[in-house]
Every structure is written in C-alpha cells, then in structure tokens.
Design a protein around this ligand. Sequence first.
Ligand code: KIV
Ligand code: ZN
Length: 519
Amino acid sequence: MKENVIIFDTTLRDGEQSPGASMNTNEKIRLALQLEKLGVDVLEAGFPAASEGDFEAVSNIASKVQNMEIAALARTTHEDIDRAWMAVKHAARPKIHTFIATSEIHMVHKLKMSRQQVIEKTIDAVKRAKSYTDRVEFSAEDGSRSDRDFLCQVFEAAIEAGATTVNLPDTVGYAVPSEFGALVQYVREHTPNIHKATISVHCHNDLGLATANTLAAIMAGARQAEVTINGIGERAGNSSLEELVMCLHTRQKDLALTTNIDTTLLFPTSRLVRGVTGMMVQPNKAIVGANAFAHEAGIHQDGVLKNPMTYEIMKPETVGLNRNQMILGKHSGRHALRSHLKDMGYDLSDAELHLIFKKFKGLCDKKKYILDEDLEVLVTEIMLRTADIFELEYLHVSCGTTVMPMASVKLLINGRSVKGTGYGNGPIDAVYNAIASLVDITTELLRFTVSAISGGTDAQGEVTVRLEQDGIVALGRGADPDIITASARAYINGLNRLEYLKNSQNESHSTDMDESGGI
Ligand code: KIV
Ligand code: ZN
C-alpha cells in the first residue's frame, strides 16, 4: 500500500522571491490554473501583507481555483494574519501559513526575542489563524539550525494551539540529507502531539541538496513537501517539484510513496514557468532541462536505439516531453491547432485561440514547420500579455560592414502612431535607441539574451531583456524568426511590463519586511 505525499507548491510565493522573477496577477492566475491541472495539493499563492499586488493576486487565485488548498503566508502578527485571511477567505479550501524564526541566531539578532516570546507569538498567531480557518500551517523559520528540543517545544505549542501542519524549513540550505532526515525523526519522537499534524519540509538549495534533503525528510516520515517548479526561489532556489515527484515516481517500488501529480504535465508546466518568469532552465537540469533526455555518446545512442531503458530510467513521454512532435504547418486549421495545444496542456478560450491562430498563420508565412517550442512562445506571448501601452507597428534597419547601423521605428503609444530613428554600434543598439527616443522612459538594460527556440536556420530567435527604472526591474520577451524584430518586441514588452509594475507598486501600501521577522 503506497502512502501519499502532499505536494505544496510555492512557485508563486518563494519562487517569486527569485531575483527578477516577479509575475503580474494575470500570469499568477494562469500559472495557478496550470498547477491545479498538474495535481498540486496545496498552492501557496502569495504573501498578502507584502503588497497590494500580492493581496490582489492571492484573492483572485482564491476565487478561481477549486481543487487545491490555497495558502496565504503571514508573519505571526495579527495584521498579517488578518490580511492573509481577507485574501484567501473566498477559496474553496483556504489555508493560513504563519511563520516565525526559531534558531538562536535569528531570535537574538533579527527578532530580538527570547524563546518564551517566540513560543507566545506562535500560540497567539496560530490561534488567530484558527479563528478564521481549520487549515493552519506553522513554520519554524531556520528550523534546521534551531535547537532540536526547542524546535519540538515550538511545534508542540503550535499543534496545541490548532496547527494542522508543522513545517520544518532548511531556510538557508545548510542541512545535509542524513542530518535532516534524522532531525525529522527526532521531531517525530520528541513532539508529544505530533500525530495530530502533518510534518512538512521546505528546503533551499544553497548547497545543491534541496531535493535530496526533502527526500531524506520524507523517508524519515515527513508527508508534505514544499517545492517549486524548476526549483526557482530565494537565492539558489527551492527543492524542485519535478525532481521530487519523478524521484518518488521512478523509485515507487522501493519507496512505496506516491503523489497526485500528473507527471505528463511536468514539462509543459516547466515551460510555462520559464516563459512567465524569464528564468531560463539550465540545459542539464534534471527532468526538464533541454539535455535531460539527449544522448550524445555513440555507445549510449546505440543502446537507446536497441532498448531505451539501457540508458533511460524514465520515459520522456512520462514527463510530457513528446519526442515525435506532430509538426503543424500552414495547412493546419484552427481545430488541429486547438487540439494540439490541448495535448500540450493548454486549454484556451475561444478569444485566446483566435489571437493565437492569427499569430500562428503569420509565423507559418515565415517558417515552414511549426514546432511545440514555437507554439509555446506564441501561447505565452498571448496569454500572459499585460494591457499594452506600447506596440510595434513597423521596423526597418540598415546595417552591414560599411554603414553605420540605423533603425526607423513606428510605435503605437496608447493607440497614437509615432515614428523615430536611431543610430547605434549595431542594429539592436540602433533599434533600442530609436525606441528610447519615442518613449518618455529612461531605463537601464540590465540583461539581454538571445537564443534559438529550436534547430534550423529558420528557427525563431527568442530574446529576453531585463529593464530597470528607479529600482523596479521588469522582464521583457519577444520571439520572431528575425532576431532584430524579436529584440524590438522584447524591449517593448519590457517597457509595457515596467509600466504595469510601476502602476501596481503605486497602488500598493508598502510594508516593512524586516520588521518582526520578515523573509
Ligand atoms: O525558507 C523559509 O524558511 C520560508 C518560510 C517562510 C517557510 O520560506
Ligand atoms: Zn523559503
């Protein structure tokens, strides 16, 4: 008989704490719906007290999602907990997740609280959360570096006050698997009322051990894992959902553990997170990296052709990587496109399909075969766009070995057409200078990357930019078979997202995240 491990996804909260990975509300909703399809049990939708934008995203997700518990994070203050409840209360299954640090170093230097005060705060916060909902999780921040007996004491107090889940985070990614597994075992043996709660773990990847630590904890009896897609998160990230799930799936005979995750949606979900956050996935990343199933060595290729299981411990199809992609082209109709996108994990509204079909036809004029990767870019562009202020109408560039690169650009700004020219060191510099002369925004280009979406000289180029203005950083993406056009689109997309972020930050009431144990 297999036991179930609860998958608690925190891509939208801890994942969003990755530098530069901020998402807007529409993107978060889209991702939440995808995570629901994936089979996530608990979704941490955000930290409502952190900003108005977070509050709005959590409350929107809470009212749209049906099949997952929706958790909102809160420090152990009444204000945070009340705000978390206001945001999640419309969820079918709302949850409040409150946390306070329990390690000596955090209590002395950050919180300036005694052990007794931390216990009192814990009890008070859990009781407050419990007055709103039965589903209350308590986290002992920096738990892995806390005194073991004190940790058990805090967990006992939290459970006594009503916590249904107690979470043991390795906040700074310091633990090693044998030690972390032993800590979970210790908590199980020394917390008298532990049978009344689920033990959860939340591991960071500073030493590259987040998934290994999570697995060790599960083998020692933890039954909830806090994870993120692609392992994104604060600093080096969190334990990766796809790695943990595939580990339990691939070794199920030995581990006798299971999850509710539909593994065939892992790859499309990873792509969606990559698209939304602009955080590239390293090619050799386990499960979802571009090389995860690519065999380079001749001996390996020969073996795989004779029997894939010689060198493959999982089938690519199991994680949703379809090797024999059905290729679409200019004769493919709307129906074929819809059903193909559905197989890829995208259920589109009629309006979205209409827009994507138009773009798809446009791309077919430039590129003979349209691959899944091309479609993914179209889908993310259409589904995740913000209300655009700036739109590219026209672009002409002249450059070469003997001329100074020059670009003419026509933009629609709030529907009004404007035209400008720019010169630069190269064609992209010229295009960016032309665009900059038309918009009244001074930004710094922090990052510019270009990559080919697929193989072949007619492949679409995908450009990602990171723009900064007054401390606000926005990501922009653009794709086109012409990389200069892709670069212009990425810059314009970045400008639109910057405007969106500026507006939402203006609306937000800012909270001091250092106060009372901020994260
Ligand atoms: O890493 C951490 O300790 C956290 C807590 C808020 C659970 O993210
Ligand atoms: Zn964390």
